[in-house]
Design a protein around this ligand. Structure first.
Ligand code: ADP
Length: 197
């Protein structure tokens, strides 16, 4: 196959960097409704892994919306562009040997498939944070569901914009369990992928 990234041949390889970091790089892509617990669980997982000596990057929807993707709205096209940029950024981090945890609603199968294709099947682990809409709406951490129900926010996922649940996620986390239990479940899964050989 034609090498479309010739400059990479001149750089320190991913493998060397993974050896330096004493880990295998991989991507854990958390998808789920707003308020499902993606960020809460991911933050705990980042801390646990870091304390175990792993080098981890956590990218969250809210961070990129205020910076890299601040010019994008929440139309399906812009959501797709948002995820395209994040997936490309993540692919670059992966080459640096970094374990990447991404927390994005990424509502449609099409959007997640694009992320999967950019990152590559080998490295892409789809993690479904499966919290029912009613529960997310009850939590309404940021007051967004109330606004969406009142029509103050248009195109809100789960209300007037679709969320397509993953058909074959690598892992499903049910938030009927505690935050701590969910974090441990995810850490255990991550460890099966990132331990150096
Ligand atoms: P998301 O990143 O998916 O939008 P957040 O992590 O920002 O969701 O918000 C989830 C909220 O739900 C937090 O305030 C968290 O404390 C709360 N919560 C309550 N129970 C759970 C649970 N079992 N798992 C995850 N989050 C929970």
């Amino acid at each position: 196959m034609e090498n479309i990234f010739p400059v990479y041949d001149q750089l320190i390889s991913r493998e060397e960097k993974e050896n330096f970091l004493n880990q295998k790089a991989s991507v854990f892509w958390l998808t789920g409704l707003s308020g499902s617990g993606k960020t809460t669980i991911a933050k705990q997982v980042e801390r646990i892994l870091f304390n175990k000596g792993f080098f981890v990057q956590l990218i969250d929807g809210d961070n990129v919306r205020s910076g890299l993707c601040s010019n994008l709205s929440f139309t399906i096209e812009d959501r797709k562009e948002n995820i395209r940029r994040i997936a490309e950024l993540t692919a670059l981090s992966l080459r640096q040997g970094i374990i990447c945890i991404n927390t994005f609603v990424s509502p449609t199968r099409d959007i997640r498939q694009m992320a999967h294709d950019i990152i590559g099947a080998e490295d892409f682990n789809e993690i479904y944070i499966n919290t029912p809409l009613e529960e997310c709406e009850k939590r309404d951490v940021k007051g967004l569901y109330q606004k969406a129900r009142a029509g103050e926010i248009k195109g809100f996922t789960g209300i007037d914009s679709p969320f397509e649940m993953p058909l074959d996620p690598a892992l499903t986390i049910s938030t009927s369990q505690s935050i701590q239990e969910s974090a441990i479940q995810l850490v255990d899964f991550v460890l099966t992928k990132v331990q150096p050989t």
